[in-house]
Design a protein around this ligand. Structure first.
Ligand SMILES: C[S@@+](CC[C@H](N)C(=O)[O-])C[C@H]1O[C@@H](n2cnc3c(N)ncnc32)[C@H](O)[C@@H]1O
Length: 328
């Protein structure tokens, strides 16, 4: 369930005047996650029973609660290391325990219908815990699109054909599981074996099965699928600024994103399909994401774009990523 808002962007030239919506999405009621406060470069968040303080460079304003309240409530704080914020060490640092809590624990996410996720969290060597909560609205969208395509395929082919969904740069699998909850046949690609194993755990404890797991370089995988002529009904991608394939293949967002999207356009079905591109890096805007998607996939279809935002309990909003979506 998501809360939505939108910003209208007016584009005008001498010949025409048209508007584009930039959607603002934030997760709706989620008993296992809450952004309690934000400010002074940090977030105070509750994941299930455990409260964490993590760096958040976008929290430019002052905290609403006093420091003492943050420390009284939190179980752990991530202390940025010397290289924090510098290229290659962006998220380095250490967790300092303030109260007893386990290294690993679980949270649940429930959306519409059969969208039930049970995700394992952990305090990783970076500031991440295995889930990006703002992605919940993407999970809702992926689930509903997968269901819609499934029903179109049943109607058009008069068979129980399931949508095929590909998730690349897929991390611990929130989006993969959302598509699987809708009955899609899902392929999950990530270059890091441990992360793929983590996603497998999330599948099992969410009561799901039959996901195709691939440890590979995302770009290489897409090129191979294009050569084989394989087509997907859904494509999900959340590429980082920098990355590596398992054999050292170099990924750099600003150099390779458009080439990757062009290659992706060869493996997405022309009808009964969706694409969602999510971007956290390089300060890219929603409109940039949408323009890149449109240029790679062509004019046909319905495009939308927006920002994924977390709102703290005092009403301060942190835009964390941008997305562009295509439905055709
Ligand atoms: C920003 S995370 C994606 C987060 C995910 N959208 C979510 O919400 O859970 C980026 C992922 O890309 C993976 N990655 C980095 N370079 C890669 C490459 N060349 N090929 C495949 N995966 C890669 C990383 O291992 C990481 O899991």
């Amino acid at each position: 369930m998501r809360d939505k808002d939108s910003v209208k962007l007016y584009l005008c030239n001498e010949m025409s005047y048209n508007t584009q919506n930039i959607e603002i999405e934030t997760p709706g009621n989620w008993p296992d996650y809450e952004l309690l406060d934000s400010g002074n470069g940090f977030k105070l968040e509750r994941f299930g029973k455990h409260i964490l303080i993590r760096p958040e460079p976008k929290a430019l304003w002052s905290k609403s609660l006093q420091d003492k309240e943050w420390y009284d409530r939190a179980h752990t704080i991530f202390k940025p290391g010397a290289g924090f914020g510098k290229a290659g060490k962006e998220d380095s640092g250490t967790w300092e325990q303030l109260k007893k809590m386990p290294e690993q624990w679980n949270i649940k996410y429930t959306g519409a219908g059969k969208l039930h996720l049970n995700l394992r969290l952990g305090l990783t060597a970076f500031k991440h815990v295995g889930v990006f909560p703002e992605q919940a609205t993407n999970w809702d969208w992926i689930y509903s699109q997968s269901l819609k395509i499934a029903s179109n395929l049943h109607r058009d082919t008069n068979s129980q054909q399931h949508p095929k969904v590909l998730n690349i740069f897929a991390y611990t699998g929130g989006a993969t599981l959302a598509a699987r909850c809708a009955g899609a046949e899902v392929t999950h690609v990530d270059s890091v074996k441990q992360v793929v194993n983590w996603a497998k755990e999330n599948m099992a404890q969410s009561g799901l099965d039959n996901i195709r797991w691939i440890v590979d370089d995302a770009f290489k995988f897409v090129k191979r699928e294009a050569r084989r002529g394989n087509l997907y009904n859904g494509l999900i991608l959340d590429p980082p600024a920098y990355g590596h394939g398992p054999n050292g293949e170099r990924w750099k967002l600003d150099e390779l994103l458009f080439q990757l999207l062009q290659e992706c356009s060869k493996i997405v079905a022309p009808q009964n399909s969706f694409v969602v591109l999510n971007l956290y890096s390089n300060g890219y805007s929603a409109l940039l994401a949408k323009t890149a998607l449109e240029k790679a996939f062509g004019k046909d279809g319905n495009y939308s774009c927006g920002e994924l935002v977390l709102s703290d309990s005092f009403g301060k909003h942190i835009p964390l990523s941008v997305f562009a979506r295509l439905v055709r």
